[in-house]
Write a protein that binds this ligand. Structure first.
Ligand code: GAL
Length: 420
């Protein structure tokens, strides 16, 4: 009798304890998890919030947050390449959805197929079909998307524009007029940073000059880079560059954003990680502390990119990496990460009440705008083309020769299998 009473008390106590446990029981995974990305310093908080969720679910895993500083992965990508080719992959790494993933790492047969993980977690329905297509081939699905970023955004501080008596330009022609006024007041019209941000600006200018159909045609090989349209892009880009700061190459993208925030420059064209930086790091209120519009002549067009993480073949801690991917793809992970990052969720069931005014407006635009892919952030071309394009850009920044840049772009498009 005594014995069975003790047993009963034990069961009651055990049930009570279970009730006190969090809904998601901690896993018994252990060992390391090395996550590789370029989200260091100011770019770190959103990633750290994801890692916090991971650590709660997997308290015995030692997370190594391996970051290599440098916007858009300028330094991280070459470190990753060395590691992958040397047979020393991290457990999971940041890679852009689209050709950067497919035309680089999947083509080289370095990634694991994640289809079973997508199916087991209901992600075939949770993510838009178009996005799954972008991270997939007929042989599998190769990464887990964490966000949707917008590339073609122009940022400004409303109070500064008011002080200078100008308005945010809707077209490049309007910009050139406004820019003269700003120059006369000693204000840099458009803040620019190191060379990858020139690529970034270029794609917004190209979208403006070409329109969405011809932009797409560049990447399908239907429009030549050295066509009359292609040359026009470089001509317009050269004209825009005249209104940028002369110390651009020595600045990080955050420093160019600071120029706008501090009132040394009026505008910059940058992806909406700048919204994350201004809201999260600079504590500015979206809509009043900083504001935005589509980059000139691209209203109604949403140039997108998506950060994602994959599982390289030979990942040293595969099970820990799979658990990481599950956090990334989850609704909780996504709606924790993106409001901090400045991006919107890649999931269809995201809770928009968790996002600030910028995030909500980006989500609304994503729902109604014409969507095109970003070159500077991996959607439209693989790393081979991107590296070659960086050299073309360097040449143009020195020579400002539109014809030569258009011709060189066509040559690298042929070399990298883009041009027909
Ligand atoms: C992009 C990346 C963004 C952001 C940005 C600046 O390539 O997709 O998430 O990190 O670079 O570094």
């Amino acid at each position: 009798m005594k014995n069975s009473l003790a047993k009963l008390l034990f069961v009651v106590a055990a049930v009570a304890m279970l009730g006190a446990l969090p809904a998601q029981a901690a896993s018994n995974l252990s060992g390391d998890l090395e996550i590789f990305s370029w989200w260091a310093g100011d770019e770190g908080p959103a990633l750290e919030a994801l890692i916090d969720i991971y650590k709660k679910e997997n308290p015995n895993v030692n997370v190594i947050n391996a970051t290599v500083t440098g916007g858009s992965g300028v330094n991280a990508k070459s470190v990753l390449k060395t590691r992958m080719l040397g047979g020393n992959p991290p457990d999971s790494f940041q890679v852009h959805a689209g050709q950067e993933l497919i035309g680089t790492w999947v083509k080289a047969d370095r990634m694991e197929d994640l289809t079973p993980i997508f199916k087991a977690n209901g992600w075939m329905e949770a993510f838009p079909k178009g996005l799954i297509k972008l991270i997939g081939t007929d042989k599998g699905i190769w990464s887990v998307p964490v966000n949707i970023h917008r590339s073609n955004v122009m940022w400004f501080v409303p109070a500064n524009l008011k002080k200078w008596g100008v308005e945010a330009p809707k077209t490049w022609d309007e910009f050139f007029t406004v820019a003269e006024t700003l120059k006369a007041k000693g204000v840099v019209p458009l803040a620019l940073a190191q060379n990858w941000t020139a690529n970034h600006l270029w794609e917004s200018v190209a979208l403006a000059a070409l329109g969405a159909d011809k932009w797409d045609a560049l990447w399908s090989g239907d429009l030549a880079f050295d066509s009359a349209d292609g040359v026009k892009v470089w001509e317009l880009f050269g004209k825009v560059l005249k209104y940028t700061n002369s110390d651009a190459t020595s600045l990080s993208w955050q420093q160019a954003t600071d120029m706008v925030v501090d009132g040394r420059a009026a505008f910059n064209v940058m992806g909406d990680w700048a919204a994350g930086y201004m809201a999260t790091t600079k504590k500015l209120a979206p809509g009043s502390g900083f504001a935005w519009s589509a980059s000139p002549d691209t209203t109604g067009e949403f140039m997108f990119l998506a950060d994602s993480f994959g599982l390289p073949k030979g990942a040293p801690h595969r099970d820990n990496a799979v658990a990481w991917l599950k956090v990334l793809g989850s609704l909780e992970g996504s709606d924790t990460f993106n409001p901090i990052k400045g991006s919107i969720s890649a999931r269809l069931d995201s809770d928009l009440s968790k996002y600030n005014a910028y995030g909500q407006s980006a989500a609304a635009d994503f729902g109604k705008d014409r969507i095109v892919g970003s070159l500077a952030h991996g959607v439209t071309a693989n790393e081979g083309f991107m590296n070659d394009f960086a050299s073309v850009m360097e040449m143009f920044l020195k020579s400002r020769n539109a014809q030569a840049a258009a011709k060189a772009s066509q040559q690298i498009a042929v070399k990298n299998g883009i041009a027909k």
